[in-house]
Design a protein around this ligand. Structure first.
Ligand SMILES: *Cc1c(COP(=O)(O)O)cnc(C)c1O
Length: 404
């Protein structure tokens, strides 16, 4: 019997490519994490403690850095805030970054009293365009935050060269890039500070969590103090036999410490991390191969200086060749039972940055233009080959139907 090919979009009354909805994202959590969490809970040590230290040591080993320079905190946002505080960013300063990021990158600049200065992105990688940085440097500029979008590294040599010339601090937003390599070196360790996120959707997750890589053990000691109210002894030592009840507030710090419950999830994730990255790469390759000869689709590049960890698989659609726009395409994919997302709405398009800092949609035109063409497809280690095939079929089905 000949099987009828499924060509009518579900949004117009056709049959969806699959029956069960495929979510955009799912954490890769197994019994190892569950049993590790249960051990921590039974141990009675729920807040920052030995598991934090263990994670810092194991992560430092993975990254090839001094473990004294790695400090766990409760989010990337906290990590970046501490990086900016330790960089001396204050009222009236300017910090350069890309608009192609999550709100937290720029919000933290604002919390320091500084102005976020958005520099447009490279059209292909959607990372900050080094060629456009110098024209935005003023005598108030103090730092550059380089966002490694989707797990593809920025052109760090070009950025570092500009920073040295103008005496600026470089901070890496490596929220997407734990394990990404730039010219063989780990992203997040290539400048003064590197900040990672271990949020629920990230490649390595603790549910919530973050880590900051500091330039020296001394700076890291200050970060350890600042992440717990700026007091001289951390809770870990305070409640040990060797600790004491005495502490002193040395600086006005924050409440940014990470519970051991989270850290222990991270330790289990770290053990599987090579497998996690391997699976992500395999799925990315299936997508790339499938879309290679589809004219309307461009996949994100992998430049020769970068080893990509595929935090996101973002496709770019040429809507000039299609009778549908991006938002409707997402809706149609949803009706095919495929979950998707969009990364990111450029920060120059958000009301707060427009009202407070007078950005308009004309600033960073490349970011604004590319944003309207992008869709992030599901990519996570627990996806089956059939799931990947369903996504590919759904995208191709819609392209064929809406082709002009
Ligand atoms: C997830 C993400 C963040 C925020 O991380 P948190 O750990 O939730 O604070 C910041 N920047 C980028 C690029 C992100 O994707």
């Amino acid at each position: 019997m000949k099987t009828k090919t499924n060509t009518k979009p579900a949004i117009t009354g056709g049959t969806p490519v699959r029956q069960e909805f495929l979510p955009y994202c799912k954490p890769f959590i197994g019994k190892e994490e569950i049993s590790a969490v249960s051990k921590v809970i039974k141990s009675g040590w729920l807040t920052t403690g030995p598991k934090n230290k263990e994670f810092e040591e194991e992560a430092a080993k993975y990254l090839g850095i001094n473990p004294k320079c790695a400090v766990l905190v409760n989010s990337y946002t906290s990590a970046l805030h501490l990086a900016l505080v330790c960089s001396g960013i204050k009222q009236g300063d300017e910090v350069i970054t890309s608009p192609y990021t999550f709100a937290s990158t720029a919000n933290v600049i604002v919390h320091c009293g500084a102005r976020p200065v958005f520099v447009d992105v490279e059209k292909d990688t959607l990372n900050i365009n080094p060629e456009l940085i110098e024209e935005k440097i003023t005598d108030k500029t103090r730092a550059i935050i380089a966002v490694h979008f989707a797990g593809h590294s920025c052109d760090m040599d070009a950025i570092t060269k500009i920073a040295r010339k103008h005496d600026l601090i470089v901070i890496e937003d490596a929220a997407h890039a734990f394990g990404t390599k730039y010219k063989g070196l780990q992203c997040g360790t290539l400048s003064q500070f590197g900040c990672y996120s271990f949020y629920a959707t990230k490649n390595l997750t603790m549910g919530e969590g973050g880590m900051i890589i500091c330039p020296t053990p001394d700076v890291a000691e200050r970060v350890r103090m600042l992440k717990l109210h700026g007091i001289s002894k951390d809770a870990y030592k305070r409640y040990e036999q060797s600790g004491s009840w005495y502490y002193e507030v040395e600086e006005c710090g924050f409440k940014y410490n990470l519970p051991d419950i989270q850290a222990t999830i991270g330790l289990e994730q770290l053990k599987k991390y090579p497998l996690i990255l391997q699976k992500r790469k395999e799925i990315a390759k299936l997508y790339k191969d499938a879309f290679f000869d589809v004219q309307e689709i461009t996949c994100m590049p992998e430049k020769n200086y970068c080893s990509h960890i595929w935090h996101l698989f973002t496709i770019r659609l040429d809507f000039s060749k299609l009778n549908i726009n991006r938002d409707a395409f997402i809706e149609a994919l949803n009706k095919e039972k495929i979950g998707t997302s969009v990364h990111f709405i450029p920060l120059t398009l958000h009301r707060f940055y427009q009202q407070e800092f007078k950005y308009t949609s004309k600033d960073c035109p490349v970011a604004a233009e590319e944003y309207s063409k992008l869709i992030s497809l599901p990519l996570y280690p627990s996806m089956k080959k059939k799931d990947v095939r369903d996504v590919i079929n759904a995208v191709k089905k819609l392209i064929n139907h809406y082709r002009r």
